[in-house]
Ligand binder design. Structure first.
Ligand SMILES: NC(=O)c1ccc[n+]([C@@H]2O[C@H](COP(=O)([O-])OP(=O)(O)OC[C@H]3O[C@@H](n4cnc5c(N)ncnc54)[C@H](O)[C@@H]3O)[C@@H](O)[C@H]2O)c1
Length: 301
């Protein structure tokens, strides 16, 4: 079993720790915010409880996780470092530099960035060959898929060892041939978000209707049949003809999102402010619905 040091104990850090600990690995979590570190065990407990993990298994997971306020102590003799700090290039650079000052040159560093370039994060590293993009999905202890990508300077041996380790957890690890912002999943996901915002900007429908359409139609199919298999299934000639007629009408926006920008300017950030694309003032159960939905769609093991 390996010893992991996770830097950043927020949403993803605690989920990744739970995923690793569930497979029997030992994990030290570090975060500069004492409040975040202080309730890490409570958050792991809630996440595991919500996903139906029995009490004995929850206790075993907790035994494998420790919260360590000092970065040096957290990373002492670890086999792998996982960075799960905020999605800002300057923070990633600062953290990777701090980590490199503490661990030997051959210790792998996995970045959980969602959309930043691995090559960009590696810029300025003393040993960029050990940085690998290892992108987990929230909730990390539940979602099987993990995307793995090399930066331009990454040594393939580090990519292979990340792939093998992630696979040994019972996860589905996929490898990208090269580093692209957003890996595969977030590129596809945000292509859809961009088009949904375009429909709002064009006054075609309201936000509730978009969710109704996605959840009631192709959303039901996606966990069973992916878009490439579906393209073959309906026929590539039909796929080609749909694209020829539809592609010219799809959004190509790169920096203009009027509906979204107006909401943000007015201080509406979504769930946390009570209003976003939807109204969040009443009671809502999105977290439990999300977990239930994911569990329903998980392949049987
Ligand atoms: N939220 C998601 O669904 C999701 C999914 C996949 C990947 N990610 C990526 O994972 C990373 C972390 O995201 P998150 O959602 O867990 O964010 P988060 O804000 O919940 O957690 C980040 C943590 O990093 C800590 N931190 C800040 N500066 C630090 C520093 N210098 N050293 C150590 N810790 C520091 C913060 O105190 C915070 O607890 C981001 O790169 C994000 O894009 C997020």
């Amino acid at each position: 079993m390996a010893l992991f040091g996770i830097v950043g104990a927020g949403l993803m850090g605690h989920g990744i720790a739970a995923a690793l600990a569930r497979a029997g690995h030992h994990t030290r979590l570090h975060d500069p915010d004492p409040a975040v570190l202080g309730d890490v065990h409570d958050r792991v407990e809630r996440a595991l409880e919500l996903s139906g993990t029995p009490e004995a298994a929850r206790m075993a997971v907790q035994d494998h996780i420790s919260a360590v306020p000092d970065l040096d102590a957290a990373l002492h003799q670890v086999d792998v470092v996982v960075e799960a700090v905020p999605e800002r290039m300057a923070v990633k650079h600062e953290v990777v530099a701090a980590v490199e000052a503490l661990v030997p040159p051959r210790t792998p560093i996995w970045s959980n960035t969602s959309v930043l370039s691995i090559t960009g994060i590696a810029d300025g590293m003393r040993h960029p060959e050990r940085l690998v993009g290892v992108h987990w999905w929230n909730p990390a202890h539940l979602i099987p898929l993990v995307e793995i990508a090399p930066g331009a300077a990454t040594d393939p041996a580090f990519v292979r060892s990340a792939h093998d380790l992630v696979t040994s957890l019972g996860k589905t690890a996929v490898r990208l041939h090269r580093d692209v912002p957003g890996f595969i999943g977030n590129r596809l996901q945000f292509a859809m978000v961009r088009e949904a915002l375009h429909l709002l900007d064009e006054g075609v429908c309201d936000a509730e209707t978009i969710d109704t359409v996605v959840r009631g139609s192709f959303g039901l199919r996606l966990a069973a049949v992916g878009p490439m298999e579906n393209a073959d299934h309906i026929g590539l000639d039909l796929t080609r003809s749909i694209l020829a007629n539809l592609a010219p009408h799809l959004s190509t926006a790169t920096d203009a999102f009027p509906t979204l920008d107006k909401l943000l300017t007015d201080g509406h950030r979504g769930r946390t402010t009570g209003r976003g694309l939807l109204d969040w003032t009443g009671p809502h159960d999105v977290t439990s619905r999300l977990i239930e939905g994911i569990r329903r769609n998980l392949p049987a093991r």
